[in-house]
Design a protein around this ligand. Structure first.
Ligand SMILES: Cc1cc2nc3c(=O)[nH]c(=O)nc-3n(C[C@H](O)[C@H](O)[C@H](O)COP(=O)(O)OP(=O)(O)OC[C@H]3O[C@@H](n4cnc5c(N)ncnc54)[C@H](O)[C@@H]3O)c2cc1C
Length: 451
């Protein structure tokens, strides 16, 4: 999409702003627009020629912009927010003030009031009805324009210079800029070609912040067994995966085969291993466990059927196909491409007539269908990870203002901070909530400084 930023380029570095926002992704655009809406004079700096390069990739180009499953949760006060926060794991409560200030409903209102029709799909995933991430970006660019945010694309920031716990100036490819307050929204390290290459972490470290080691998350998983390659492209719906730490005593807390996590839904075989929503969602946990020992992924191909029910189902199928060879008797139960593999690992001869398969063999087959084991060896790297887990330590940020506790005039928002969620629109909601709060508080502080 050609973005209209004309007339705002090459601005003079002597021009005075109240707030400078670095990084024109979802968090930066929200922060800049909100600060300007509240009256601050704002400059948004982005190193790419265009804004929101990663945003355009989200939801496979459809942009799953938030997560509405819990937004209408009644009963207790803040029930929806609590559930949202629980889904983010142990760091989730950091988002509570941000989510109360600008949560899922406010996000949906924000886009709908600006003409973007939204729809809620399975699992509470919210998309534009147009299925176009460009339309989400268009709303944000209009928001910047409406509020007269000055934008400086194709401008790379190299350094933030600080003195006496305050940022004094930003050194960038177009010179130096000095202002009251700064909001840093440079993202994480994943999909670096979109612009987020981890530069923000280095600046933050230099300013004295602790960076929790950035690691790939929501990433496909590499599998040891070579046969997975034969299933490349096969997508399975309504399956369950369970994660076990197998060897490595510390990973399992001293217990081998300890269940660590499980997910139900859709997954995909790739040439190197596994991907798809449920795999991405367990990948963070798998990554943590892999650093401690071996990890087993057990696939239940028929989670809706208990062992006995699945056995009954097999008996019915075997009766129906009683004169067929084993390899030709599983068509009603499994996708074609999976049959060859299951037959191979069942230990039953592929040509054995099904009416000769005994109870013991059937029982082993049921076990295989419900516990199809694979060994995780690695997560795919940042170039294939949807997000980065890790980042600026939350202990050093005030969650009610998104303000650094170490640097007086520094605010942070989006993926640069040590907060992330599963797939389903959680990560963009983190950007909207933290971006909006940082923008509001930076504008407020600038106003107070002037008064
Ligand atoms: C393939 C893919 C699909 C995804 N799908 C979804 C989804 O459907 N739903 C969801 O919730 N999340 C999704 N995500 C995650 C989501 O896109 C990110 O969490 C989000 O973009 C983070 O926003 P951000 O503004 O913090 O950082 P970014 O979007 O990474 O933006 C940071 C910006 O800062 C700029 N920048 C960096 N360094 C400098 C510098 N030195 N000088 C100037 N500018 C700089 C970058 O160029 C970039 O434009 C997806 C991610 C990927 C990769």
């Amino acid at each position: 999409m050609k973005q209209k930023t004309s007339g705002m380029n090459n601005r003079s570095s002597n021009e005075k702003f109240d707030v400078v926002v670095i990084g024109g992704g979802p968090a930066g655009m929200m922060a800049a627009g909100r600060a300007a809406e509240l009256g601050a004079k704002v400059l948004l700096i982005e190193k790419n020629e265009e804004f929101g390069k990663k945003l355009l990739l989200t939801g496979k180009g459809r942009c799953n912009l938030t997560q509405a499953e819990f937004s209408a949760e009644g009963g207790s006060a803040f029930g929806g927010e609590k559930k949202f926060i629980e889904a983010l794991g142990k760091n989730g409560k950091f988002l509570f003030p941000g989510l109360l200030n600008f949560g899922v409903e406010e996000t949906m209102d924000f886009f709908e009031k600006r003409g973007l029709k939204l729809k809620i799909e399975r699992g509470g995933r919210v998309f534009p009805t147009s299925d176009k991430a460009q339309d989400v970006l268009r709303v944000l660019l209009n928001y910047l324009k409406e509020n007269k945010v000055a934008v400086s694309p194709s401008t790379e920031v190299f350094e933030l210079k600080a003195e006496d716990a305050r940022i004094k100036e930003v050194v960038c490819s177009k010179g130096k800029i000095s202002t009251d307050n700064y909001i840093v929204c440079t993202g994480g390290k994943s999909y670096a070609w979109t612009g987020s290459n981890g530069a923000g972490y280095r600046w933050m470290e230099k300013l004295g912040h602790h960076i929790v080691e950035p690691r790939p998350a929501l990433a496909p998983i590499r599998i040891k067994e070579k046969w997975v390659k034969d299933l490349q492209g096969l997508s399975l719906k309504n399956v369950k995966i369970t994660i076990f730490s197998a060897k490595g005593g510390s990973a399992s807390g001293g217990q081998n085969n300890k269940k660590q996590d499980e997910r139900f839904g859709e997954m995909l075989f790739t040439h190197f291993g596994l991907s798809g929503p449920i795999i991405l969602d367990v990948s963070k946990k798998v990554g943590e466990l892999l650093s401690l020992g071996e990890v087993i992924i057990s696939l239940d191909l028929k989670p809706a059927l208990e062992f006995a029910k699945l056995d009954e189902r097999l008996q019915r199928d075997f009766k129906k196909y009683q004169n067929k060879a084993f390899k030709n008797a599983l068509n009603d139960l499994l996708p074609k491409r999976l049959i060859e593999i299951i037959v191979k690992f069942s230990g039953i001869s592929q040509d054995k007539p099904v009416n000769q398969i005994n109870k013991n063999e059937r029982s082993k087959l049921v076990n295989l269908l419900k516990n199809f084991k694979m060994t995780a060896i690695d997560l795919m790297d940042f170039d294939q990870a949807i997000i980065t887990t890790g980042g600026v330590d939350l202990k050093e940020i005030d969650p009610r203002a998104m303000k650094s506790k170490l640097i007086d005039n520094l605010f942070l928002a989006g993926e640069i901070i040590n907060l992330d969620g599963p797939t389903g629109g959680y990560n963009l909601q983190i950007c909207w909530s933290t971006g909006c709060l940082a923008g509001e508080k930076a504008a407020e502080l600038s106003r107070l400084n002037k008064a």
